[in-house]
Design a binder for this molecule. Structure first.
Ligand SMILES: NC(=O)c1ccc[n+]([C@@H]2O[C@H](COP(=O)([O-])OP(=O)(O)OC[C@H]3O[C@@H](n4cnc5c(N)ncnc54)[C@H](O)[C@@H]3O)[C@@H](O)[C@H]2O)c1
Length: 401
């Protein structure tokens, strides 16, 4: 499938947190990067007519609709961008792929392995007629993370021995925080595990080029009953003040050890109960020749320890990842003029548009995202079996892009 008049006409479903982040990226990407096609923000979809009209106006969409089925079959839409909770990813993506659209779907790809498999199969079928698909693991597009991957791929770390990954938040420490969709299995699939654990699973597999081969896990739901929310169901929701409560049906925290198929040992921690930690994603990788450390709270930096340097000069050095030769940065500001969270989404759109326009598959593909889903599933099964060692099915020989 080719682009129309060098335009990629986008229709987006969902306009809250990720909808706003994606809109910011679609608005910006053409103006920063020199691309073979221009994104055009044709229509946004939501369930409430008044709110979606406001969102279209605020976020910069030409039109709005309350019917995603109509959106994904419109002849004047080339790309469907899915920014809804996980329970609707499969249905929307399958319909969009069947209609021949390119699809960008937020992570985690689906709520179950069965759905993710169906989506990966549909993406493979659609690919034959030129429709491309990608899952939105945006942290791959932080320049320091992309640099970390380059260093590993260039052999600068030698043999990878350890991966140490954590993603810590604290937004539900208060037991009175309401029962939003992220705390309900039928809508979210899982809790901290699928929401933020999925990011560190993808990021570490991407950076190391190694697949998680098996896991032993513990999970916990610390607060098992919460008040029902008033209107909003986002991260800043309020309880409705009435006495009604409902059960939390997902994990609050998930911790697991893993073996990677290249021989590394790994630890993963994903929690929403790390009091004081707001959105603290940290990854450390230790190899035979060096180590790297990434901390999202300092996303313009990468710590690098090069064990091949003379002993007297060894130590962790802080690389300020803002040079024009660093990934993505030649399009932005002079060295030292730092970037932020939202840039990862702009970079994601850049890579997606470029791949679609030149007719190659963007990464992470739905198959790569299925691999993450298989790990999530193995973690859940291991925790249910008292942390029993649980192999992860090897869907991919490698997850490297
Ligand atoms: N990449 C990231 O860093 C990141 C961060 C947060 C969320 N996410 C993912 O993005 C997705 C959305 O999360 P969010 O934080 O934006 O949630 P949110 O609650 O802020 O927004 C969800 C949006 O989807 C809409 N929606 C829900 N069901 C719908 C339906 N059937 N039809 C049309 N619209 C519908 C809601 O009205 C709302 O606009 C999830 O898959 C989540 O895991 C990714």
């Amino acid at each position: 499938m080719s682009t129309t008049d060098n335009q990629l006409r986008v229709g987006m479903v969902g306009y809250a947190f990720m909808g706003a982040a994606h809109s910011q990226a679609w608005r910006t990407v053409n103006r920063v990067f020199d691309l073979p096609a221009r994104a055009r923000m044709v229509a946004v979809c939501g369930r409430d007519p008044g709110k979606v009209a406001d969102a279209a106006d605020r976020l910069g969409w030409e039109e709005h609709t309350t019917d995603w089925r109509e959106l994904v079959t419109r002849p004047d839409i080339d790309v469907v961008d899915i920014c809804t909770p996980g329970d609707s990813h499969a249905e929307i993506a399958l319909a969009a792929l069947a209609a021949g659209k390119h699809v960008l779907c937020e992570k985690p790809l689906a709520n179950t392995v069965a759905e993710a498999r169906e989506m990966a199969a549909a993406a493979a079928t659609a690919q034959a007629s030129g429709a491309r698909s990608m899952c939105g693991f945006n942290y791959r597009r932080v320049p320091a993370v992309a640099l970390m991957r380059q260093l590993v791929a260039d052999g600068r770390l030698g043999q990878i021995r350890h991966v140490r990954a954590s993603y810590l938040q604290d937004w539900i420490v208060d037991p009175q925080f309401p029962l939003v969709w992220r705390l309900q299995k039928d809508q979210a699939g899982s809790g901290a595990l699928g929401d933020i654990g999925a990011h560190i699973i993808d990021l570490t597999q991407y950076v190391t080029g190694q697949r998680i081969a098996g896991v032993s896990a513990v999970t916990e739901t610390f607060v098992k009953e919460r008040p029902l929310p008033s209107g909003s169901s986002g991260l800043a929701a309020q309880a409705d003040g009435a006495a009604a409560t409902g059960p939390v049906t997902v994990d609050d925290a998930a911790i697991f050890v893993a073996r990677l198929d290249g021989g590394a040992l790994a630890t993963y921690e994903a929690t929403r109960f790390a009091t004081g930690r707001k959105n603290a994603l940290r990854v450390e990788i230790n190899g035979s020749l060096g180590s790297v450390v990434f901390d999202l709270e300092r996303l313009n930096e990468l710590e690098f320890y090069d064990a091949t340097r003379p002993t007297a000069e060894q130590g962790f050095s802080r690389i300020l990842v803002t040079e024009s030769e660093h990934p993505y940065l030649s399009a932005w500001w002079p060295p030292g003029h730092i970037i932020g969270y939202e840039h990862s989404f702009t970079h994601q759109m850049r890579d997606f548009i470029e791949a679609v326009a030149i007719g190659v598959d963007p990464s992470p593909s739905f198959v790569e995202a299925l691999q993450v889903q298989l790990v999530l599933d193995a973690v859940v099964r291991s925790a249910e079996l008292g942390s029993a060692w649980t192999e992860v099915e090897p869907t991919l020989a490698t997850v490297a892009a």
